[in-house]
Design a binder for this molecule. Structure first.
Ligand SMILES: Cc1cc2nc3c(=O)[nH]c(=O)nc-3n(C[C@H](O)[C@H](O)[C@H](O)COP(=O)(O)OP(=O)(O)OC[C@H]3O[C@@H](n4cnc5c(N)ncnc54)[C@H](O)[C@@H]3O)c2cc1C
Length: 265
């Protein structure tokens, strides 16, 4: 979480549990004024004051369905994918060429091989990923620790060793690890305002392109938060409400023509 104070920005590490809101403006929306969170390593809940909140919690962003009391539905699947890193070879240089392989039916892999400047090699495209449901993600599955799948690490190792005699004899794995791809059902990210709330936004669900798209998405979201509208990207296709039935958008309060007009009675 980022906290902006005058000209300074601080990073606050912790787990978000929800948002604090008040009655908001005459437009009938609720207004966000804080984030409820537990600082890292602590259990006691605290509140971080905020006049704008952007939910960017990767696949776990679907928890915001509950933070905004059902005002928006954010179906999400997490694709938990293993990757491996080869240690720097002792007596050889590593060629600075990335390699994208077709499907290797022997091992169920389609390796993407990325040599790094420090001589290690990162490999993903290992196949056999696990699919984690929205409910599991909302409960925080694999959020604190995203463990690798040993059988897939072994498959990637064997597949790569078939291509390199040097790594077959002298290769040493430095690390096996996993991360989670955030996948909305239509493979399109959620980028925009949370319906029925002022000062609440989401930017999540960028599937396998979150690194490449980050600068453009960051710019568009900044424009939306600061100016009320993104000028650099038309965010219409990324509407976070697209899976939310019209009658349900904007919370549980009373509605007139889909617009909140007060508290639930
Ligand atoms: C194997 C693999 C290869 C990939 N290759 C590429 C590639 O080549 N190019 C590319 O562009 N993309 C690639 N991606 C996809 C990219 O990694 C993701 O799209 C990107 O990381 C998503 O970024 P994010 O910030 O939305 O989510 P994340 O990186 O998942 O970050 C979300 C953060 O929010 C935290 N969080 C969750 N819930 C809470 C909470 N309640 N409170 C506080 N914090 C919370 C999490 O701990 C995490 O730190 C790849 C992904 C995988 C798995």
């Amino acid at each position: 979480m980022l906290e902006a104070k005058s000209d300074k920005i601080s990073v606050v590490l912790g787990t978000c549990h929800g948002v604090e809101t008040d009655q908001g403006s005459e437009r009938g929306n609720r207004k966000v004024f804080g984030v409820k969170y537990a600082p890292r390593g602590e259990t006691e809940e605290k509140m971080l004051a905020a006049d704008a909140v952007v939910v960017s919690a990767g696949p776990w962003s679907c928890a915001a369905e509950d933070w905004f009391l059902g005002a928006v539905q954010l179906p999400m699947e997490g694709v938990k994918s293993t990757s491996i890193v080869w240690a720097k070879p002792k007596n050889e240089d590593v060629d600075a060429t990335a390699l994208f392989c077709g499907e290797d039916d022997r091992f169920g892999t389609h390796l993407e091989v990325y040599p790094r400047p420090d001589g290690t090699i990162y490999i993903c495209g290992i196949g056999g990923s696990d699919y984690i449901s929205t409910d599991e993600l909302k409960a925080g599955a694999f959020r604190e620790e995203c463990n690798a799948k040993d059988t897939r690490a072994e498959a990637a190792k064997n597949s790569f060793q078939q291509m390199s005699s040097m790594y077959r004899t002298d290769g040493e794995l430095d690390r096996v690890q996993a991360c989670m791809r955030p996948c909305p059902p239509d493979a399109i990210p959620y980028m925009g305002a949370i319906p029925g709330y002022e000062g609440a936004y989401i930017n999540a669900g960028h599937n396998c392109w979150g690194i490449a798209w980050a600068p453009a998405c960051g710019k568009a979201m900044t424009e939306l938060v600061m100016d009320g509208q993104s000028r650099s990207i038309d965010l219409t296709p990324f509407d976070p409400s697209r899976f939310t039935p019209a009658a349900q958008r904007g919370g549980r309060g009373r509605k007139k023509k889909g617009m909140s007009v007060g508290e639930q009675w």
